[in-house]
Design a protein around this ligand. Sequence first.
Ligand SMILES: [Zn+2]
Length: 66
Amino acid sequence: MIYCENCHAPVAEESAKCPYCGALNAVDGEKQYMEQIYAAAYYYEAAMLYNAHQKAGNVRQAGGKY
Ligand SMILES: [Zn+2]
């Protein structure tokens, strides 16, 4: 349990927003922000790998044709 920086009400640590005043819970807000960045980086990397595989597959297919 942590306390809202704005109204000092007790707030569950996993909640990003204070249920009483709606202020952002800075600690978890930042954590969620970082998680979003990591998730975005993960999906970006996955997309890049997928594209690389697609390209490699196309090259292999083209190589087989000619
Ligand atoms: Zn509050």
